[in-house]
Design a binder for this molecule. Sequence first.
Ligand code: A2P
Length: 293
Amino acid sequence: MDITLNNGVVMPALGLGVFQSAPEETTAAVESALATGYRHIDTAAAYGNEREVGEGIRNSGLDRSEIFIETKVWVSDFGYDETLHAWEKAVGKLGVEQLDLLILHQPAPDRFRKTIAAYKALEQLLADGRVRAIGVSNFMPHHLQELLASTDIVPAVNQIELHPYFTQPDVQAADAEHGILTQAWSPIGGITFYPGWGEQRKNVMEDPTTAGIAQAHGKSPAQVMIRWHLQQGRSAIPKSTNPARIAQNFDVFDFKLSSEEVAAIDSLDTGNRNGPDPDVAREERFALVIPEA
Ligand code: A2P
């Protein structure tokens, strides 16, 4: 299933995510996904596995043009020149000459001017043909407003935390208003059960509503959640390093949720974020230095 972005570039809606995929597992996960039929991989400079993603792509034997590569610029590389250089680092590690989609990993509330300068560098990279599309991640409506007021090109994508327990309808509406595609990170709610992200979170994978819908279709809760994203026109990038689950997450094109089922899943929204608040500066994390290629 393909989605046409606001600049005409076509992107496979469903991709493999590699957040928290250890570098030593990433190459195999990417190879496995590409063998399964995935043609979109989402990584980030801050994940520390761009090199392994590139290796997996090369090992697949597929032509570069068949694969949609998305990566992200980390906050420590925000600023005009810094972000131009971040592109060099990314393509060097991935071993490619052009990126399909390059996005800002999150707004930096303590240096929003540098965030804007970083986006202007993305615009330049786009003009130069070094990337095919540009976008943002974790931008709330007020960040989008500020960005749109001071830049020329509307982001193609806004990648945000989005799973049945946190659907951010206000952000989805703001994206839609501007023709920005909403892309879900943690689309099957990994952030609700990843260890080390705070205690007492409700695990969306164990939700009884989703489980009931899954049972009715002979599918798993993860497959139901992925289908829920796709039917609502979103892009989703579920992460797995397990070949059986990588395959399962792609096996979502032979069933359809009813509008009642979609609405039932929508109604699970708690309004509570599990990941980092994009309005809070995280000094230590922001200081992460992205190595040269
Ligand atoms: P694993 O890599 O061992 O498969 P998200 O992308 O929403 O953050 O979710 C990622 C988490 O969900 C990871 O812990 C991943 O573990 C797990 N996962 C991925 N696919 C499935 C699936 N089909 N069923 C259950 N867990 C899954």
